[in-house]
Design a binder for this molecule. Structure first.
Ligand code: MG
Length: 173
């Protein structure tokens, strides 16, 4: 189909597609903290959410869905659906990988950034990369996890945790 200028848009070729994902959840006393598919049993507060509130996996899911043009986490895993209530977000990643595979797509690479006052991510960075790689069927060198604080400012200064993800998916030729 030609656009308003009479130009043919380029065909959607096999190749790499990038997507971005962002998520944030509130921290609450007494909830278990799950982040990047890992448990943090020593943390006094966990993320509130319909599922386990794992913002890292949620941002990753949205980045992959965006790259694949398959919608977003809110429409695929609606908070009104009891199937996803309290669920391990790893299950949502597995479901997303199945949707990608159905579209002949796989994750090529993902870069993740966590904004949190605590917990410290550096000591568990490798474990988190390995866990996410396992969930997405790639080798750990294709998953990058980084973290920063917001220097005490805003909700990520104490009340919550945010995560950002960029994913590149590839279509089989
Ligand atoms: Mg979320």
């Amino acid at each position: 189909m030609r656009d308003a200028l009479g130009l043919e848009p380029p065909p959607l070729e096999p190749g790499d597609r990038a997507g971005i994902g962002v998520d944030a959840h509130r921290l609450e006393e007494g909830l278990p903290l799950r982040l990047g598919g890992l448990a943090f049993p020593d943390e006094p507060r966990g993320l509130a959410g319909h599922s386990d509130g794992d913002v890292v996996l949620h941002a990753l899911i949205d980045a992959m869905l965006g790259a694949a043009h398959l919608g977003d986490i809110g429409t695929l895993f609606p908070s009104g659906d009891s199937r996803w209530e309290g669920i391990d977000s790893g299950e949502m990643v597995r479901d997303t990988m199945a949707r990608l595979a159905e579209a002949s797509l796989h994750l090529e690479r993902a870069d993740l950034a966590i904004v949190a006052a605590r917990p410290a991510i550096a000591p568990v960075r490798s474990a988190m990369e390995a866990r996410i790689a396992e969930l997405t069927h790639v080798t750990p060198d294709r998953i990058s996890v980084k973290a920063t604080t917001s220097d005490g400012l805003g909700f990520t200064g104490s009340g919550g945790i945010a995560a950002y993800a960029v994913a590149v998916v590839r279509r089989r030729p």
